[in-house]
Unconditional design. Structure first.
Length: 280
């Protein structure tokens, strides 16, 4: 990349880093307010209200909250099961908060794992996710195909003794592209997803199909291509006996021939990254 290209990219990424940090601040603030008896629906509403108070008016998707064995997507069969329910939080129960706000045209999509009090199983899962973050970055820089990287993540989970739970997502995705979204005064959503963001994703699907790539990072043939330049919301999700944990954050992929510039995490100052650094 030229100096001018590097400068332009840095300027573009500042907005995405800002909204990603805002989303993680929201997750931590809501997690601190969770108490026994709070429902998933209430936790999702807390996220929406916190972000709206800070200027968020649009979403890639509305906030989710999963408690207990729902953190591992136990018996999830249809997309409607992902939406928040009246499941109530109990002491020691794991939870995952997931939100994708759009702010000033920039999109974030984050996942935050925690528990109400100590939960050693989820703490172990969260610690073991560090190896997945390292693997994904290394193999994207090696320009392995998305499908191959997905399979290597699967193999690492098996070695760790865990189940792949991102396979339960629609199309089994471990990641998807995110882009700038055109700001509007009124931003409707359909089935929990912002219409402007969906429009952009569909556009990428059509454009990518013509050129032989997909904005969905999955275990299927349509992801059997090298990483496409852009921003990817990556979310490896581990499960073990009814407990789940994941992180979700943006990975930046460029066309640079320099390995370190060809792919990098948007921000290394995030809650799970800081936690791993303290554990070393």
């Amino acid at each position: 990349m030229t100096t001018a290209e590097t400068r332009d990219l840095a300027a573009e990424l500042r907005g995405f880093r800002r909204v990603q940090r805002l989303a993680y601040e929201c997750a931590q603030a809501v997690a601190a307010r969770l108490r026994p008896g709070v429902t998933e629906r209430e936790a999702a509403r807390m996220q929406r209200e916190w972000l709206r108070e800070r200027g968020v008016r649009d979403w890639f998707h509305l906030p989710f909250a999963w408690f207990g064995d729902r953190t591992a997507f136990v018996n999830f069969r249809v997309p409607l099961q992902f939406f928040p329910t009246d499941r109530r939080l109990e002491p020691g129960m794991p939870f995952i908060l997931d939100m994708a706000p759009v702010y000033e045209g920039c999109t974030a999509d984050i996942g935050y794992s925690g528990s109400l009090g100590s939960n050693p199983v989820q703490e172990r899962l969260t610690a073991d996710l560090a190896a997945h973050r390292e693997l994904i970055l290394r193999e994207v820089r090696e320009r392995r195909s998305l499908r191959e990287i997905y399979e290597d993540v699967d193999r690492l989970m098996v070695r760790q003794g865990y189940a792949n739970r991102h396979r339960a997502y629609p199309f089994g995705v471990i990641a998807h592209k995110v882009d700038r979204v055109k700001e509007r005064r009124w931003s409707p959503h359909v089935l929990g997803f912002g219409t402007q963001s969906l429009k952009g994703l569909v556009g990428d699907l059509v454009h990518g199909h013509r050129e032989g790539w997909s904005p969905l990072w999955s275990p299927y043939r349509f992801s059997d291509h090298p990483p496409q330049a852009g921003l990817w919301a990556v979310e490896p999700h581990l499960g073990f006996r009814g407990t789940g944990a994941k992180f979700e954050e943006i990975l930046v992929v460029t066309d640079s021939r320099d390995p370190e510039e060809s792919a990098f995490w948007l921000d290394d100052d995030l809650p799970h990254v800081r936690r791993w650094a303290q554990e070393r």
